[in-house]
Structure formats: C-alpha cells, structure tokens
Design a binder for this molecule. Sequence first.
Ligand SMILES: Nc1ncnc2c1ncn2[C@@H]1O[C@H](COP(=O)(O)OP(=O)(O)OP(=O)(O)O)[C@@H](O)[C@H]1O
Length: 324
Amino acid sequence: MPALSGNQPAVETHDLRREYRARRGAGVTALDGVSIEVAQGEVHGLLGPNGAGKSTLMKILSTVLLPTAGSGRVLGHDLATEYRRIRPLLGIVFGGERGVYPRLTARQNLRYWAALYGLSTAAGRSRTEELLDEFGLAERAGDRVETYSVGMRQRLHLARGMVADPRVLLLDEPTNGLDPLAARQLRELIGRLAGEGRTVLLATHDLDEAELLCDRVTMINNGRVVAAEAPKTLARLLSRQERIRVRADPALLDQVRALPEVTEVAAADDGAAVVSVGSQEAVGRVLAFVVAAGVTEVRTELPNLEEVYLRLVHRNDERSVVAR
Ligand SMILES: Nc1ncnc2c1ncn2[C@@H]1O[C@H](COP(=O)(O)OP(=O)(O)OP(=O)(O)O)[C@@H](O)[C@H]1O
C-alpha cells in the first residue's frame, strides 16, 4: 500500500446532490445535500433503507457517476476533475456478478485484473497467488468460478478489489445473500483489511455488521444524512431510556415493576430481565433498590444500533437529527 500522505480525510463530500431525470413525470432526487467525512484508516458504515441513496453515493465516490451539484474528494483529489488519480487508490466491491467472470477460474480472473491494473506478468502472478491464499481460495483456484459457492464468489470479489492494494475500499453490501458462516468469514476478512490501515466505506443493511466493524456510521434517509457518529455515541445521544439488566426472582421483579421510575420490565433471551427506566437520573435510584434487595447480577446497557436505526430512520423523515 502506498504511504499515507498528510492527514487529509480519506473521503469527504460537501453538499452532494444527485438527481435522476425521468423521461416522464418528476425526476428523483437520490442525494439531497450530503456531506460526509471519513478519516484515513477509519471503517465507516453507510446505513439507510432501500432507496436512501447509498449506492448513488458509492457510485459517485467510485467516480462512475457525477453529482448534479456539490463536490467531493478522495485523499485530497477532486471527484469531478481528478478521477484518473482517484481510481488507482480505490478498491471497489459492489454486489452482483459484475467484475468476475464465471467461466474463468479464480486464478485467471485475478491475473486478468492484475493486468488491467497495469501489473507486469510476473507481479500479477505473484499478487494473484498471495490473494488466493489470503482469501481462502487457493485450493479451488483452478476451478471455474461458476462452480463456487456464493461465499467463495464474494471472497473472490473482495480479492479482486484488493489487486492493486488500494488505500480506500468501497464495499456495497458485501455480505448480502451470504449464509451466516460465509458472512462471518467475509467480515473477518474485512476487519483484517481495515486493520492494515486501509479506509473502508461499507454500505450495509446489516446493523450488527455495522456495529461490529465500523468506527463510525452515517445514516442516510431520503437522500439526506440523518446521523453521523460512532455507534456507541449514537446510542448514548439517542437514549432516552436507560436499561438495567438483572437476574432476580419474580416477586422482586414485581416490586421493581411497581417503582414509579420504571417504564417496562421485559424478559431477555438469556432468562434475565431488562428493566427500562424513564430517565437517566432515575437509574441510580432503581439500581440502589435492586442492589439493596440482594441482587448481585446487574448491569446497565444502551440500545443497540438496530434500535437507534429504527428510531432515527423509521420514526419520521426529520431533517438532520444528529449531524456532525
Ligand atoms: N439510474 C437511476 N435512474 C433513476 N432513478 C434512480 C437510478 N438509480 C437510483 N435511482 C433512485 O434514486 C434513489 C436512491 O437509490 P439508491 O440505489 O442510491 O439507494 P440505496 O440506498 O442504494 O438503496 P438500496 O439499499 O435499495 O440499494 C431511489 O429512489 C432510486 O429509485
């Protein structure tokens, strides 16, 4: 990977707008003033419901689509005028079959892409073998891709995106359609690639994946940024209810339920009870009550990213709620 230069953001956009013209009727505004900033080395999630504008943003960042208005830079290079300098810095892994030839073997695919990226034959061959090893494809490297499982194909997509050792990886729903094991293997690979100092921009519908992998997430709805923060910070900012997880007998739980500060007592999957408390100030009083009653297994927790997402994106279409 080429050395890092300066500390400019890996990716930044300012007021990006993208409209798609319709032949008849009104056009669609896919992006409506999107400003994001992704630091070098960061794993950044792009979250939002279908049609939110994630793929449009990814296409603009990968320089295959121009914005209608606004601007953006990748490692300091302007998206509109310096795309030739940006492309070698990017590894692009979008879903579907594009970019990998099913009738060729994994080895042939990777050598082909290495040649397209301008590697010499010898360098392309050695890079191909490295990638086949790293992405767990070496054993089947001589088989046609059409005989691969979906998980193997997706690992090959990721390997293809890594041929030129890019500084920035753009991943559009890379684990979509994978079974849990294959998705986990791919996430481990993504985590490893990110650990090498690369910047990763990951569009995903999988909120657990985002929580697991991402340093920060941007949530987009109707072409607008509704939040941009670290998953934990978002949870804290949006948490109107603190929760306390306790293990206690049913009689004590009845007493807890009757406390004025408590809004709900629900059963968790693991047999514990999750006590929701109306305000953060009241948590101490409820905690004191359960501890005085002899409960020893007790901890407070924040909502997970899925709950934050549901509140932010599906609550309504408010404008910027928690923009950086
Ligand atoms: N080529 C196009 N022509 C017209 N409208 C388009 C085109 N591409 C996307 N759109 C519209 O722009 C909006 C944003 O689409 P986009 O694909 O960027 O969203 P997304 O967040 O990636 O959705 P998904 O999660 O379903 O992939 C949608 O209303 C979509 O219908």
